[in-house]
Design a binder for this molecule. Structure first.
Ligand code: ISE
Length: 339
């Protein structure tokens, strides 16, 4: 490990999430530094590297991985570029934190899963950051402890103020619903076996070609039902909540994030503007947990199996959008490395 035990990280992709992770590694968390940055935009990446002491700029991910001060890789490039970056990291046998999605479809996720198995050990943590959110973690502990008996249903809400340009119906599943897919598998410790997608009356505030809101219904291998409202142009802010309905009670998180105010005859609070603000602490904890585990020589958190399973459910979800039918999820048997 370079520089007195500090983990030298190559950050691949310096767009919105990548730049935020660079800031996080440099200014927020401990035990790591940004040793290299990679982007197809040569000027942008050079300007960024010049602002960080001892950091090199690259346009080729593999060149950054070969740099002597690089001990680990954080992949924050667009999803279609993930497979090549992951396979390159395996060639250099470097630990990876890969932003979600692992890859954009189940076939490519399976290729990554197979490559990691050929390596013989787990190398990848996938950026399903909600697992590191304090509220979700508390809910997980409650459900695991069986405080209210068996969980029978989950009701999720996932609302964004608006969508970025070019946001498609497939992205509603692949970019947004993918979080509830991971949360469901993680909280209930089971696989999702089928998906249905339903479209209620549409808001007039959604861009042309995007059906908004949408409603997803999962069945799990343990027979539970999970519903998710996805309202991605709700206009008023970013809101994510999850209610677990159990045999002897219910538990809900996500309603009251932030400060609660009583004033001038009214009560209320603020709604986070976006996911970067709402999940800021979760992103910090996620990257710190990855750095700490990597420095101990371990791999923790959601891995390639979770990335592959989520991709398989997403694929069923996109098919369910087209047919309106219940679509079964096709998964390979879980390999020994991930049991
Ligand atoms: C975005 O890519 C995310 O990951 C956010 O968490 C999600 O809320 C948003 O809908 C996605 O577009």
């Amino acid at each position: 490990m370079s520089r007195q035990g500090t983990l030298g990280v190559a950050v691949i992709g310096t767009g919105r999430m990548g730049a935020d992770h660079v800031r996080r590694i440099n200014d927020v968390i401990s035990g790591a530094r940004v040793a290299a940055v990679v982007d197809i935009d040569a000027e942008r990446v050079k300007a960024l590297a010049d602002s960080i002491e001892g950091c090199t700029a690259h346009t080729d991910p593999e060149a950054a991985m070969a740099a002597p001060e690089v001990d680990a890789v954080l992949i924050a490039s667009p999803g279609p570029a993930h497979e090549a970056a992951l396979l390159a990291a395996f060639r250099h046998d470097l630990p990876v934190l890969c932003e979600k999605p692992l890859t954009p479809d189940a076939a490519s996720a399976l290729r990554v899963l197979e490559a990691e198995q050929r390596l013989g050990h787990r190398r990848v943590q996938v950026g399903f950051m909600r697992r590191y959110d304090a509220d979700y973690a508390r809910l997980k502990r409650l459900l695991d402890a069986g405080a209210y008996g068996r969980t029978l249903m989950l009701h999720n809400k996932h609302r964004n103020a608006d969508t970025p340009p070019g946001f498609s119906n497939a992205m509603v599943v692949n970019d947004s619903l993918v979080h509830e897919i991971d949360v469901t598998r993680w909280l209930l410790d089971t696989e999702i076996t089928s998906v249905r997608m339903v479209r209620p009356a549409a808001t007039s505030h959604a861009p042309e070609g995007l059906d908004d809101p949408q409603f997803a219904l999962f069945e799990t291998a343990a027979g539970q039902l999970v519903d998710t409202e996805l309202f991605l142009n709700c206009g008023f802010g970013y809101q994510v909540s999850c209610e677990a309905v159990c045999e002897r009670g219910t538990a809900r998180i996500g309603d009251d994030h932030g400060v609660f105010v009583n004033s001038a005859g009214r009560w209320g609070g603020e709604i986070a503007p976006g996911f970067v603000e709402r999940f800021e602490d979760a992103y910090d904890r996620q990257v710190q947990a990855w750095v700490d585990a990597t420095r101990r020589g371990e791999v923790e958190g959601p891995g390639c199996w979770d990335g592959y399973a989520a991709a398989a459910v997403c694929e069923a979800g996109v098919r369910a959008q087209a047919t309106g039918e219940r679509v079964a999820v096709e998964l390979i048997e879980r390999p020994a490395l991930y049991r």
